[in-house]
Design a protein around this ligand. Structure first.
Ligand SMILES: [Ca+2]
Ligand SMILES: [Ca+2]
Ligand SMILES: [Ca+2]
Length: 188
């Protein structure tokens, strides 16, 4: 990668997330990767394709891709390459430092997780829900161990505020032990 303000740890985190999102391993993120993620999450949570939540899940994943592409796909070829993905995070970090706004994209990822994966309507994520999500996304991490680190107040639930704080830490932190590093992929 050319000149970057990202630290090696940040590059590693964002590259791991990129690889997880690149479901078909093509080396670029496209709408079909995000459609396939929706399908896998739908299966993991036992939703039929006709279920209202399954349809919402598909819509929100497709929407998520287009939000990402509108900020990241600088050469307008309809897909997001790893260098484009890294530059997108680089810009989001600068914006956050200047204005202290959370990345709208990551905030939306958190909202979707709560809305679509929260099976018991508690507006928060349990360890079981988190484990299923990681599994659906192809992570081999020990979800229970990761969850215990993520759930700082140890109440057994991750609320939207906690998810946003973790996701901000994922983006910003250069501390290798920061819990937020492990939020999206379960491990690094
Ligand atoms: Ca791909
Ligand atoms: Ca592109
Ligand atoms: Ca908690």
């Amino acid at each position: 990668m050319e000149q970057t303000t990202l630290t090696p740890l940040q590059v590693r985190k964002f590259s791991t997330l990129f690889a997880m999102y690149d479901v078909d391993g093509s080396g670029a993120l496209t709408e079909s990767d995000f459609r396939e993620q929706a399908r896998r999450i739908q299966q993991a949570f036992g939703l039929s394709a006709e279920d209202r939540r399954a349809r919402r899940l598909l819509e929100s994943r497709v929407d998520l891709f287009h939000r990402l592409a509108s900020g990241a796909d600088k050469d307008r070829d309809g897909s997001v390459s790893l260098p484009e993905f890294l530059r997108y995070f680089e810009r989001q970090i600068l914006v956050h430092r200047a204005a202290h706004v959370a990345s709208p994209w990551l905030t939306q990822v958190c909202r979707d997780v709560i809305e679509l994966i929260d099976q018991d309507g508690s507006q928060s994520l349990t360890v079981h829900e988190y484990a299923r999500l990681l599994q659906a996304m192809g992570s081999t991490a020990d979800a229970a161990a990761t969850f215990a680190r993520l759930d700082r107040n140890q109440d057994g639930r991750l609320t939207l505020d906690e998810l946003i704080a973790l996701s901000l830490e994922f983006m910003m932190s250069d501390d290798p032990e920061a819990p937020g590093n492990f939020f999206y992929c379960g491990k690094l």
